[in-house]
Design a protein around this ligand. Structure first.
Ligand code: ADP
Ligand code: MG
Length: 422
């Protein structure tokens, strides 16, 4: 797909060419509009705003130059191809709403779907959903003239969206509305741009609307005379996008973690539980389940919607999960290396606690450090089983942990048990 939703190159348009009424409405316009951009065309009456908008929409043919929509030159299209583009790529909102007076609102809104051959059973729910979105629930059977201007304009926006086009063009959409209805319509367009990521080109001669747009293009006598970027909006959008992407990538990582954990903990015969377990783990990682409800679901019998696990295994899973701090560290902006370090030492701390669970002797600070060193060497593969047992049972004076052989054997067995799960 092209980076630009709209590209206008050397566009000129002359009305009544070769007659005494000849008017040069657009002179050598060059303009590129990015996907997801919100552009306002601004200028005094008669400067060519509507002409430019309708040329973009393919409703008017330029005298010279080209108009590319999603990379395709519409000035080279047949009438049929332009009609398809209208249905698919561009939604149009007019100042005067242009609803059909003899059709009720639901039929007006679903009309573009009729042209696409959609059956009524499909058209009505789509149109209803859009009407609801714009606060017109319950108005479905009214005729346009039975509604206020603001309501009619919301209905016409709904109609422009019924085929879910990526581009919306609007010609003074609030020109006939009072200030309250104006605000509603502007907020709708704003949401369509920010949330639904629609590209918007709106014509206005009201400078108080500039704050909504990413960029304002000033027209005078058929020419672009100035462009202004609304840096406040640009930075808001960048922030929004960044946090959006961060959420998405965090979620993806959490899913990968969940998948890895399921792999450790489920046997081949339990693979049918995997999707379920993955989902529960992701919910736990993302804070939708706390520790106790997490444990409860895992232990709940299968027939009651749980996973039917025993307490031992649930504790093991919880232990694994609580060592996964990778994500939160990443969010704090630590480097991969730093995270690996912390993750490792956290894991070793966890492993040490696990080995000492139910252990009757109290270890000194030095003994704990030595034990962690032994664990660290063992999981890195620097020492083997025998060397691990030796380190644990060696006296403190000899650089060991200072426990006995039986303790060392228990620690090693426990360690092997959890490492097998990795
Ligand atoms: P705006 O929307 O900025 O008010 P328009 O695009 O409607 O401006 O008009 C630009 C110029 O083209 C004006 O001089 C207008 O009189 C002229 N014009 C617009 N439409 C027509 C038409 N259908 N036939 C002849 N001249 C037109
Ligand atoms: Mg106009």
């Amino acid at each position: 797909m092209s980076d630009f939703a709209i590209e206008i190159k050397n566009l000129s348009l002359v009305y009544d060419l070769g007659t005494s009424a000849e008017t040069l409405a657009l002179k050598d316009i060059n303009l590129k509009i990015k996907n997801h951009e919100y552009v306002i065309l601004f200028g005094p009456s008669g400067c060519g705003k509507s002409t430019l908008l309708y040329t973009i929409a393919g409703l008017m043919k330029p005298t010279s130059g080209s108009v590319l929509i999603n990379g395709k030159d519409i000035t080279k299209m047949t009438a049929k191809e332009i009609a398809v583009m209208h249905r698919k790529d561009i939604g149009i909102v007019f100042q005067s709403y242009n609803l059909i007076p003899t059709l009720n609102i639901i039929n007006n809104v679903s009309l573009p779907l009729v042209w696409r051959g959609a059956p009524k059973s499909l058209r009505v729910p789509i149109a209803k959903r859009l009407l609801k979105k714009f606060g017109l629930e319950g108005q479905e059977n009214k005729l346009p003239q039975e509604m206020s201007g603001g309501q009619q304009q919301r209905a016409s926006i709904a109609r422009s969206l019924v085929n879910n086009p990526p581009i919306i063009i609007a010609d003074e959409p609030t020109g006939n509305l009072d200030s309250k209805a104006t605000k509603v319509v502007l907020d709708i367009l704003d949401d369509l741009n920010r949330i639904d990521k629609k590209t918007i080109v709106m014509v206005t001669h009201d400078s108080s609307m500039f704050s909504y747009a990413d960029r304002i293009v000033f027209l005078k006598d058929g020419q672009i005379v100035k462009e202004e970027v609304n840096s406040a909006k640009a930075s808001q959008k960048a922030e929004l996008e960044a946090s959006d992407n961060k959420d998405k990538s965090t979620h993806k990582k959490n899913e990968e973690f969940a998948n890895a954990i399921s792999d450790y903990f489920l046997s081949i015969s339990e693979l049918h539980l995997k999707d379920n377990l993955n989902k529960i783990i992701v919910d736990r990682l993302e804070g939708r389940l706390n520790k106790s409800s997490f444990a409860e679901i895992l232990q709940r019998p299968f027939r009651d919607g749980g996973l039917g696990m025993d307490k031992e295994r649930v504790n093991d899973i919880e232990r694994r999960i609580s060592t996964i701090t990778y994500e939160s560290e990443l969010l704090k902006g630590k480097t991969e290396e730093e995270i690996k370090e912390t993750k490792m030492s956290l894991e070793i701390g966890e492993l040490r606690k696990y080995l000492l669970e139910g252990f009757s002797k109290k270890l000194s600070f030095v003994q704990i450090k030595r034990l962690e060193e032994a664990i660290s060497s063992y999981i890195r593969g620097a020492i083997d089983d025998e060397q691990f047992k030796k380190l644990v049972s060696l006296s403190e004076a000899q650089g060991g942990v200072g426990l006995n052989f039986a303790d060392a054997f228990v620690f090693l067995s426990k360690l092997q048990l959890v490492l097998k799960l990795k």
